[in-house]
Each structure stands twice: as structure tokens, then as C-alpha cells.
Design a protein around this ligand. Structure first.
Ligand code: ZN
Length: 212
């Protein structure tokens, strides 16, 4: 089954997507990863996307949809997880179109519910490796050596979009644009909700249950 995994920034979409990939063999389509790859490779779309992400704003639909469609074209019949997309009702409509052109369908839209207080703590403490993308947290998952990646020895930094003023903007943008998607997916009878403020394994088994 193909799914959309959505929720606030910091709700755990990336972590749960990784588990779905490792344990259920699904393919993760993360727009965040697509952007970072495009930015690292300095593609035209990547540079455009970066200027929006640095300010905590949404990347325009035309850029995002083009990137997602390229990935959908290479799926080879594997089930996929859309992680971080769609973020707006307009994107959801556009997604519906590109999926039907490729004879694909979303089975469930899983919403990860996490209280705002918890989100703030998770986001401001998040650190990432500049080289391999490994994710750390100053309290819950620190690196062994400060500022150095445990996996590859790369430099571990706070992303611009994880800084406090940008986080406030991200949460506001999310509340205005993404939260209304709950109604969109409810009307399509695809909406399911999972409590994301639990430990990783509990959240994962709840997701597995609602999509099986
Ligand atoms: Zn690393």
C-alpha cells in the first residue's frame, strides 16, 4: 500500500519512514532529501528551493511536484511513502493528478499527532551531519564527540531551518497550509491518526497496524 505520512515538522516522519523502508521494503519519497540532494548538486531547482527553505517558507509547488514526479517514474512497482509531501491542498490536488497519470494510488494518509511543546523541544535540539545526513539530538541522541558525526566523522551542525526563529515560522506555515490536509484526506476516506508522542517502536507498530 502507498501512503502519505504527514504531521508537523519534528513529528517523526523521517524516523518512521526509515523504519518502513528497512522493515517493510517500502520506498521513501522525502521532499526534504530531494531538496538537499538538489542543493548539494547545485541544480537550478536546488538553488531556488534553498532560498525558500532558509527563510522557513514553503518551496513553490512547481519545484516540488517536478521533483516528486521524477521519483515516481522510477518506482518499479514498489510501495512508497510520501514524507513531507503534499504540504498544501494545491500540492495534494497536483499529486492526485500525477498519480492517476501513472496509474498509482494512495491507500492511507497517516497523520502523526504530537503536541506543540514536544515539537519545539525536538526541533531546537536537532543536529545533522553535513556529509551523510545522520540526525542527532543534543539531549536524546548526542554525538559521542561534540560536533563530529559518529557514522562518518563529518561536521555536525544545526540546520538553518532548525533555528528558533525559523522554527516558529515553519510551525505557523505548517498550521496554515498543511493542517487543512486532514480534512482533504478525511473526505477521501484515507485519513488515519497515530499518536506520535510515544516511543519510536510503539509509533511504528501503530502505523503498521493502520496500514495493513
Ligand atoms: Zn556523517
Amino acid at each position: 500500500m502507498n501512503i502519505v505520512l504527514f504531521g508537523a515538522p519534528g513529528a517523526g516522519k523521517g524516523t518512521q519512514s526509515t523504519l518502513l523502508v528497512e522493515r517493510l521494503g517500502m520506498v521513501q519519497i522525502s521532499t526534504g532529501d530531494l531538496f538537499r540532494a538538489a542543493i548539494k548538486n547545485k541544480t537550478e531547482l536546488g538553488q531556488k528551493a534553498q532560498s525558500f527553505m532558509d527563510k522557513g517558507e514553503l518551496v513553490p509547488d512547481s519545484i516540488v511536484i517536478g521533483m516528486v514526479d521524477e521519483v515516481l517514474a522510477k518506482l518499479e512497482n514498489k510501495s512508497f511513502i510520501l514524507d513531507g509531501f503534499p504540504r498544501t491542498s494545491a500540492q495534494a490536488e497536483a499529486l492526485g493528478k500525477i498519480l492517476s497519470q501513472r496509474a498509482l494510488e494512495i491507500g492511507k494518509a497517516v497523520f502523526l499527532e504530537v503536541p506543540r511543546e514536544e515539537l519545539l523541544g525536538r526541533l531546537t535540539g536537532r543536529r545533522v551531519c553535513k556529509s551523510c545526513g545522520a540526525v542527532y539530538h543534543v539531549q536524546s541522541k548526542p554525538t559521542k564527540v561534540a560536533g563530529v558525526c559518529d557514522v562518518c566523522g563529518g561536521e555536525v551542525i544545526q540546520r538553518n531551518d532548525d533555528k528558533e526563529d525559523v522554527i516558529a515560522t515553519r510551525l505557523k506555515t505548517y498550521e496554515e497550509n498543511t493542517l487543512p490536509l486532514r480534512t482533504y484526506f478525511k473526505e477521501l476516506n484515507k485519513y488515519v491518526e497515530v499518536n506520535g508522542a510515544q516511543d519510536t517502536e510503539t509509533v511504528f507498530s501503530n502505523i503498521k497496524r493502520v496500514i495493513s
